[in-house]
Design a protein around this ligand. Structure first.
Ligand code: ATP
Length: 290
């Protein structure tokens, strides 16, 4: 568990139980269960095609699972069964936000505008959904000011304040990734799900991402991430869950998982009898240290 995190507690935030997802004849996820704790960064890893994105899509309402239960436990004591909610309510009611493998920003809008659009729901609610409300209600004026403050806050955090008025599409790739995360944070999530946030980043951008993700966690939003970059996973995760062929093969601290023979075998693609050789190979590569 990463140290220096005052907000870390041990209560369950997300509980996935016996999740299965079938596409025609393919069992992409098969009786998969895990928990993500409040105040932690949980990473979901596994070889290509293991089912990671499918799990994300079930949690965030893009797919309705064939079987299983996904429960979100909010700070206020409310519980939501995510598999029963439409996707827009998963963000709004259950407070689960996500980003995608492919960046999905409004590239013609400015950086600031992207963050304001993300707060559209709160602004419309404050307007009372009327034109008069938009023009005159003090509640709307207050909400608009709060939206700008929140956007500014996340622009600072994501180190994007200097680019606030530039079109989002003009930002370098790593900055666009941070903007996507800032935009998701403007919806006020308790759980932020990130699908391969480090994909395509250079080492400097990767470091900036790690800093941003840690600060999000330390301020009280828990994270669930899919990531192929093991340096990111091992560096920032508190808890790692490993999938292979739609089933869980390991679950624990980064140290536990990276030394688990089943995980080593899954990543090296070896059969059981070749496992000893695989472990020796990994030890040789890491100089015998883990
Ligand atoms: N909409 C779909 N229709 C049919 N099959 C699908 C669909 N989505 C995913 N699959 C299949 O389910 C399996 C798991 O895919 P998924 O994308 O979840 O894996 P992944 O672990 O995220 O892979 P990667 O690391 O390559 O992104 C794969 O065999 C994939 O082809």
């Amino acid at each position: 568990m990463t140290s220096g995190n005052n907000t870390m507690t041990n209560d369950t935030l997300l509980k996935v139980e016996h999740l299965s997802m079938k596409f025609g004849g393919l069992m992409a996820i098969n009786d998969f269960s895990f928990e993500a704790k409040r105040g932690e960064i949980t990473a979901l890893i596994g070889p290509n095609g293991a089912g990671k994105t499918t799990v994300f899509n079930c949690i965030t309402g893009f797919y309705k699972p064939t079987m299983g239960m996904i429960t979100m436990f909010q700070k206020n004591g409310r519980q939501h069964l995510l598999e029963r909610l439409p996707d827009f309510e998963i963000t709004k009611k259950a407070k689960v936000a996500r980003t995608f493998q492919n960046i999905r920003l409004f590239s013609g809008l400015t950086v600031l505008e992207n963050l304001l659009v993300a707060q559209h729901n709160a602004l419309m609610k404050a307007s009372g959904y009327t034109i008069l409300g938009l023009l005159g209600l003090p509640a709307y004026k207050r909400a608009a000011e709060a939206a700008i403050e929140k956007a500014k806050y996340w622009l600072e955090k994501a180190d994007l304040i200097d680019r606030a008025d530039d079109p989002a599409g003009d930002l370098p790739y790593g900055a666009q990734r941070r903007l996507e995360i800032a935009r998701a944070m403007c919806t006020g999530p308790e759980l932020l799900c990130l699908d391969e946030p480090a994909a395509g980043l250079n080492p400097k951008e990767s470091l900036a991402l790690n800093t941003l993700l840690r600060s999000i966690r330390d301020e009280g939003t828990s994270l669930l991430l899919i990531e192929h970059d093991m340096s990111v996973v091992m560096e920032i995760s508190d808890h790692v869950v490993v999938l292979e062929y739609g089933q869980k093969i390991s679950d624990g601290t980064p140290d536990h998982v990276k030394n688990d023979p089943k995980v080593i075998a899954a990543y090296l693609g070896v059969e059981d009898e070749e496992l000893d050789d695989a472990i020796h190979e990994v030890e040789a590569v890491s100089g015998g240290k883990n």
